[in-house]
Design a protein around this ligand. Structure first.
Ligand code: NI
Length: 164
């Protein structure tokens, strides 16, 4: 296992729509192991493959509910409902948190690492993580979930910080 460098805002891989996984081979299994280790090291509650530079439809998460790390390959968003504002962050835009409105409830279905179908759903942090990581696979960062005024302010803050 290895800790992989996490790509940060500005890296084009984060804006790219990831491709489906065609076969869960040893390379994919190793990637998932590394993603889990990288997520724990960060530390974070979720990590998507493009965040480690791999444009494949995979994400891992662990919301610290004693269920251990979980993997979703080729996820589909099955259901969402409601609306909830929550202070959200992203390992690819480190050290920032913004109040972001998303559905309050979400269900995602895909494949586990063993190739069998998995489905995860819930509200609160679980729903939030599922939606956030799913977005990464479509090249969407949390900034794009801000309204235009808030996004402009956020981008300015990021640029100013980058200039030191
Ligand atoms: Ni993120």
């Amino acid at each position: 296992m290895a800790i992989l460098p996490i790509r940060v805002f500005g890296d084009p891989v984060l804006r790219t729509v990831s491709a489906p996984v065609e076969e869960i081979d040893d390379r994919i299994k190793r990637l998932v192991e590394d993603m889990i280790e990288t997520m724990y090291d960060a530390p974070g509650v979720g990590l998507a493959a493009p965040q480690v530079g791999v444009g494949r439809r995979i994400f891992v998460f662990d919301i610290q509910d004693d269920q251990g790390p979980r993997t979703v390959i080729n996820p589909e968003l099955v259901e969402t409902s409601g609306e909830w504002e929550y202070d959200e962050g992203c390992l690819s835009v480190p050290e920032y948190f913004w109040p972001i409105i998303r559905p309050a409830w979400a269900v995602v279905r895909g494949l586990g690492l063993d190739g069998t179908e998995v489905q995860y759903g819930g509200d609160d942090l679980l729903g939030r993580v599922l939606l956030h990581e799913f977005d990464h696979l479509n090249g969407t960062l949390l900034l794009e979930r801000l309204d235009r005024g808030a996004r402009r302010k956020a981008l300015r803050a990021i640029r100013e910080a980058a200039l030191g």
